[in-house]
Design a protein around this ligand. Sequence first.
Ligand code: GLU
Length: 409
Amino acid sequence: MSDTIESGDKVEVQWKGTKFSGMFISKDEKVTVIKLQNGYNLSLENSSIGSISLLSKFVQRKFSEEKVTGEGKRVFVLGTGGTIASYVDYETGAVKPAETPQEMLHAQPDLAKIASIGTEIILNILSEDMQKADWINIAKKVYERISERDGVVITHGTDVLSFTSSALSFLIENPKAPIVFTASQRSPDRPSSDAFFNLKGAVRVAQSDVGQVCVVMHSSTSDDALDIHSGVRLRKMHSSRRDAFKSINSEPIGRVDRDLRIQWRKYEKINEKPMKLYDKLSEKVGLLYFYPGLSEELFEKFAQVNDGLILAGTGLGHITNRFASRVKEYTSQGKIIGMTTQCLYGAVDLEVYTTGRNLLEAGVIPLHDMLPEVAYTKLSFLLGNFDVDTARNLLDKNLRGEISERRTE
Ligand code: GLU
């Protein structure tokens, strides 16, 4: 390889008799990585490379402060951090988190081909550091943008993505433009990165007529399609695979193919009802995963500091019978206690066993097939914005598609 080839340059590579042209990203002792025009990174073993020639030198892209005029409907990309926020700095070859909108787009020049893109970096954190105040801040920024009828894409870390998508689902009622989350399991410098396809698919969904918060991520380990999940129905089910996200107790609401065509299943369209932003989340709501050996003392402390408790119980929705009288004490003080299942799949049913019936009798509210994190963000939303009786009454009602109307099992 010529010494003059640097990260960002356009090159042509002869590999096993085939020619590939793209942007040179990096070379180590084993592989050379180039980014193809479709955004995918191609990793070629050095031993099979015949030659690499320089087509043109990298020219630093100049972005206006916020917007890139592209073809297609306007989409605003709001960055909050996570792996997807990292980009390859072609000048140094380093991978670093994007700190400015220009840097964010620098890694994704192809986006301008499908949309007119605006960007803003609201946060630059790992998602495990998210706080409820961050969810409110994100909701306010999203609300501002969708009031202008721009679709919004929020880039986020994968770890607590389902909490944030759920919080936004409740905080913004009847969105007037799509609100689409996306993330990546592998950083953009890695040949197997899912960042580019996920982001492009999310931008495409943000140009549609979807009127519910959704999340766009790889549907399999290959790059053939993306699933569109409802923001209140998904869970990260694998720590590292690119298809880590699955819709639970419901089907994905749609799919994006390789050519960025969308096939919808059942989804909520933007409607004419007034859009509303709620800007509070109660800090006095907790989520507790019950386990054998959980002490009464710990349970008590947890219940005392909160006004609302979501329990992730075992099986059909159980915790030890030893806590039943405590539970009754708390519900008679006005605290709200909702039951979900740590099984994730299926619904709670407190009528089947004595344990469940005791909990029902103690005032526990069964939350059907709602996921624990969804119940947690929902109760935080309800206690933050409504009086306690309304909150109690709405907790087990389906507000945003978080509870199946009809269950087959
Ligand atoms: N754990 C971090 C997060 O969730 C980084 C990994 C990722 O983006 O998925 O933000």
